[in-house]
Design a protein around this ligand. Structure first.
Ligand SMILES: NC(=O)C1=CN([C@@H]2O[C@H](COP(=O)(O)OP(=O)(O)OC[C@H]3O[C@@H](n4cnc5c(N)ncnc54)[C@H](O)[C@@H]3O)[C@@H](O)[C@H]2O)C=CC1
Ligand SMILES: O=C(O)C(=O)COP(=O)(O)O
Length: 389
């Protein structure tokens, strides 16, 4: 029986996806965590933990180095909530261009019986502009950014994108009318609206700070539905004060931007739709089951992709550092145990490598000794033995 520990509100459909070989929230020695935004940085990861699946995109809440050192694979569910974020950004573009928040606040304050005459007089204050023909800069053209860019084209906007690390897969999804910029400054220079869709990592902290805000034309509306810290809130406050920015919309509040007339903060709801939560939870559950039962890896954050059909009777999986001579040390241990390798595969991602070895015959008595011997190889983080049922 595999043990799963869940954090946050996980859609029931995802929990229901687990087969009867899985128990939820019953053990202090979980094989897997199924999470959303819980911050795991200040928790020790149990040695039993083989996999963390984040239902959603951002993994800045997961201590990736500690997980790798613990031999814990970390996955997210790419694209599962991208449409939800896209639709919210489109809604915000319309809200922003039509002064919708201020207009609705006005009506909430004027409830007198004969309001209509006053309304007809005052409504010019809320005159909007149309999105047709305006320019949107999209910083980050992955799952969310590409959908936003394409949808904005559909509204008749000019779209200019910036993403120096765009994957080939992502590039296929971007309409050819989206102009490519080679710097943030170029992307935002002529934009009426700027939206940012990048992961929160060390090199994306303050990605939009004072210099980038200074490169924008006055009266830009800025959206940050990525993470707090990617846009420098201090620089935003300065730009608003200087009249260089019209409005800032973000999903990530902090005290200094609360209750500001030109800042709209939503409570991290970008991915909060029923559909997105079901997509993320079911994708995460599938990922956990595949990884625990076959060791196969697709789109992990801290491991290379390695997919080998599990046809043999037994499978060893080894997470180890990406240093020379590892494969030969591993195969020597198997040879010393008298094992004949049926299939072997190895791949690396940055400092971490992953090896899968399939064998058909295994003496159960000596298998634990072999696992211990493999675990003793310096630079090995975790060894698992899987049995093909
Ligand atoms: N508000 C919310 O509820 C949600 C927030 N998010 C946030 O949005 C982020 C993006 O989500 P996805 O598009 O699904 O991720 P993704 O991984 O598909 O796309 C991210 C893109 O950012 C690009 N990128 C990385 N560094 C960059 C840089 N310095 N400059 C420009 N581009 C850069 C990457 O090349 C990639 O194409 C997530 O990491 C998460 O933090 C995602 C979903 C929901
Ligand atoms: O997927 C993401 O990165 C999100 O920000 C969504 O977070 P959530 O699952 O709603 O806590």
């Amino acid at each position: 029986m595999y043990q799963i520990k869940t954090y946050n509100a996980i859609a029931q459909a995802g929990l229901d996806a687990f087969t009867t070989d899985y128990q939820l929230n019953q053990s202090d020695e979980p094989d897997a965590y199924l999470i959303r935004s819980v911050d795991l940085h200040h928790q020790a990861l149990p040695k039993s933990l083989k996999v963390i699946a984040r239902a959603g995109a951002g993994v800045n809440n997961v201590p990736l180095e500690a997980a790798t050192a613990n031999g814990t694979a970390v996955f997210n569910t790419p694209g599962s909530n991208a449409n939800a974020v896209k639709e919210l950004i489109i809604a915000l573009l319309i809200i922003a261009s039509r002064n919708l928040m201020a207009a609705a606040n006005y009506s909430a304050q004027h409830t007198e019986a004969d309001v209509s005459q006053r309304t007809e007089h005052d409504k010019t204050k809320f005159n909007g502009t149309e999105l047709l023909g305006k320019t949107l800069a999209v910083i980050g053209l992955g799952h969310v950014g590409s959908l936003v860019a394409n949808a904005a084209l559909g509204l008749g906007m000019h779209v200019i994108g910036y993403d120096p690390y765009l994957s080939a897969d992502a590039a296929w999804n971007i309409a050819k009318q989206v102009q490519r910029a080679d710097s943030i400054e170029t992307a935002v220079k002529n934009a009426d609206y700027v939206t940012v869709h990048v992961p929160k990592e060390e090199d994306t902290l303050n990605l939009l700070g004072a210099p980038e805000l200074a490169a924008m034309q006055p009266q830009v509306q800025l959206f940050n539905y990525s993470r707090g810290g990617i846009v420098d809130n201090g620089a935003v406050l300065d730009a608003l004060k200087a009249g260089r920015l019209a409005h800032y919309y973000t999903d990530f509040g902090e005290p200094r931007i609360a209750n500001h007339a030109d800042i709209t903060v939503t409570p991290h709801i970008g991915g909060s739709t029923i559909e997105a939560e079901i997509n993320g939870a079911t994708q995460a559950a599938q990922t956990i089951m595949t990884y625990l039962e076959t060791g196969n890896v697709q789109y992990a954050i801290n491991l290379p992709t390695l997919n080998v059909p599990f046809n043999a009777a037994y499978r060893f999986t080894v997470i180890h550092q990406n240093v020379p001579n590892m494969v030969s040390q591993i195969t020597q241990k198997l040879a010393a145990a008298g094992l004949n390798i049926a299939t072997m595969a190895n791949a690396a991602k940055k400092q971490t490598a992953y090896t899968i070895i399939d064998v058909d015959d295994l003496d159960h008595e000596s298998s634990q000794q072999l696992i211990d011997a493999l675990n003793k190889i310096p630079a090995v983080n975790r060894v698992r033995l899987l049995i093909n049922h």
